[in-house]
Design a protein around this ligand. Structure first.
Ligand SMILES: Cc1ncc(COP(=O)(O)O)c(C=O)c1O
Length: 406
C-alpha cells in the first residue's frame, strides 16, 4: 500500500459566521505600521526577497506562485529574528521605562547599556528562536541562555554560541524544555522570552507574534496590487501561522486569502485536534521525531489555537518526504525559476503545494480549497539550510540520481 504523505482537514467553520471572535486586534493595520517602523531602526533590517516561481506555477497548473525567502532575514537564516527583536526590545523598554516610540538606537545610550548588562534572557527552542534571542542579547549587551530538546544537532547549538549564548541540551522534548525555561526564569530572575503562551504568560508571546507581522506586510507590499488567494504556512506551536492569520482577518475580513497550516506528521497537534472536532487541544507526546526540527512541537500556543481553529481554512499533516521533495524542487527548479536554498521547515510549504496539485489522493482537498488556474499562491519559506549536513545529503541524493537540470 502506498504511504500517505499528506492528510488534510478542511475547516468549513472558517468561513461561517460565528459569534466567537478570538483576539486579533494585535495585528491591526496601525499596529503593524508601528512594528515595521521599529524593525526599520535595526541596523541590519532589510525586507527579505519575494521570488516569483512562474515555471512552477505553469507546471502545477495554478495562476501564480511567490515564495517569501526568510533565509535572508538578519543573517539568521530564519524568520525568528522578527519576533525576538520586537519582544526583547519592548520588554526591556518597559522594564527600563524608556519613552516611546520604540527605537533600537535608543538602546545604545550608556545608562541603558549598563542596566541591560545585568540582565539574562532565557528561552526554550528547537534552534531558530534560540539563535534569534541570543543574537538580540549580543546586540544589546546582555546574557542569554537557551534550552534545547534532546537530539538537537551541533549546528543549531553553534548558531546560538556564535552570539555568545549559553546553549543547554535537556533530557526531554521541546515542550519539556519550555517548562524548564519557565522554571529557571522564575527561580533565577531571568527574563523569559518564549514564543508559546499559557495562562498567565501571554504578553511576551503576543509581542513575538506581532514581530512576525512584518513578514506578511513586506510580502504584500512586494506583491503590489495582487492579493494572494492562498497562503501556505509551516506550523510548530502556531505563533507564526496565527500571526499571519490575524493579519489577514484584521486587514481583509471576509475577503481574506485562504490560509493552509502545515504541520509535521510526527507533531501534528492542530491537525489531530481539528479532526477530533476542534473543541479541545489534543497534545502529541513523546519524541516528536521529524526532520522539520522547528515544527517538532506537540502543544500549541494558546492564542494560536484560538485564532487558527476559528479562521484557518485547512490543516495539513505532512510527512518528512514532502519537506525533502520541497527542498529539491527549490534547489533544482525548472528554468527560468531561480534556485532557492530552503531547509526542511522552509521547504515543506512548497512540497505540500506540489503534492496537492499533482497527487490523485488530494483531489478533494484541491477542490475544497479552490486551488486551480485562478489561484495566486504565497508560500512562506521560513528557513535556509539550518542543518547544512542534512541539506547537502537531501539535495545531493537528487543530484546523484541525475534528475536535476543543473
Ligand atoms: C524554520 C521554522 N519554521 C517554522 C517554525 C514554526 O513556527 P511556530 O512555532 O511559530 O509555529 C519554526 C519554529 O521554530 C521554525 O524554526
Amino acid at each position: 500500500m502506498a504511504t500517505i504523505l499528506l492528510n488534510l482537514f478542511d475547516n468549513l467553520r472558517a468561513r461561517q459566521p460565528s459569534p466567537d471572535a478570538p483576539h486579533t486586534a494585535f495585528a491591526a493595520p496601525e499596529t503593524v505600521q508601528h512594528i515595521r517602523r521599529f524593525h526599520h531602526t535595526l541596523p541590519t533590517y532589510r525586507p527579505t526577497p519575494l521570488i516569483a516561481l512562474d515555471q512552477l506555477a505553469r507546471t502545477l497548473g495554478v495562476g501564480r506562485i511567490w515564495i517569501k525567502d526568510e533565509s535572508k532575514r538578519f543573517d539568521l537564516n530564519a524568520f525568528k529574528g522578527l519576533g525576538a527583536s520586537y519582544a526583547v526590545c519592548t520588554t526591556l523598554a518597559d522594564h527600563l521605562d524608556m519613552p516611546p516610540p520604540l527605537d533600537f538606537t535608543a538602546f545604545s545610550q550608556p545608562r541603558i547599556r549598563k542596566a541591560i548588562a545585568a540582565i539574562t534572557l532565557v528561552t526554550a527552542s528547537d534552534g531558530n528562536h534560540g539563535a534569534a534571542v541570543a543574537w538580540m542579547a549580543a546586540q544589546l549587551g546582555c546574557r542569554s541562555k537557551v534550552l534545547l530538546p534532546r537530539g538537537t544537532i551541533t549546528a543549531r547549538l553553534d548558531a546560538i554560541r556564535t552570539f555568545g549564548g549559553q546553549a543547554i541540551v535537556i533530557d526531554g522534548n521541546y515542550d519539556d524544555a519550555v517548562r524548564r525555561a519557565a522554571r529557571q526564569a522564575d527561580d533565577q530572575g531571568h527574563f523569559l522570552i518564549q514564543d508559546t503562551a499559557w495562562e498567565g504568560y501571554e504578553a511576551i508571546p503576543e509581542r513575538i507574534m506581532q514581530g512576525y507581522l512584518t513578514l506578511l506586510d513586506e510580502a504584500l507590499a512586494q506583491m503590489g496590487d495582487t492579493l494572494p488567494t492562498h497562503l501556505f504556512v509551516p506550523c510548530g506551536v502556531g505563533a507564526l501561522a496565527a500571526s499571519l492569520q490575524a493579519y489577514l482577518v484584521e486587514h481583509f475580513a471576509d475577503q481574506r486569502p485562504r490560509l493552509v497550516v502545515i504541520e509535521a506528521a510526527a507533531a501534528d497537534c492542530y491537525y489531530r485536534s481539528m479532526r477530533a472536532g476542534g473543541r479541545e487541544i489534543i497534545p502529541v507526546k513523546g519524541e516528536l521525531a521529524t526532520r522539520m526540527a522547528g515544527l517538532a512541537c506537540g502543544e500549541p500556543t494558546r492564542p494560536g489555537w484560538e485564532i487558527l481553529r476559528r479562521y484557518a481554512d485547512a490543516f495539513a499533516s505532512a510527512r518528512d518526504d514532502l519537506a525533502e521533495a520541497g527542498m529539491r524542487r527549490l534547489a533544482f527548479p525548472h528554468p527560468p525559476d531561480p534556485p532557492i536554498e530552503a531547509g526542511e521547515c522552509g521547504a515543506v510549504s512548497t512540497g505540500c503545494l506540489c503534492h496537492m496539485m499533482q497527487s490523485e489522493t488530494t483531489q478533494d482537498g484541491r477542490k475544497q480549497l479552490g486551488l486551480g488556474p485562478e489561484s495566486h499562491i504565497l508560500l512562506i519559506s521560513t528557513e535556509g539550510a539550518t542543518d547544512p549536513d542534512a541539506y547537502r545529503k537531501t539535495v545531493r541524493r537528487f543530484n546523484d540520481n541525475g534528475s536535476t537540470g543543473r
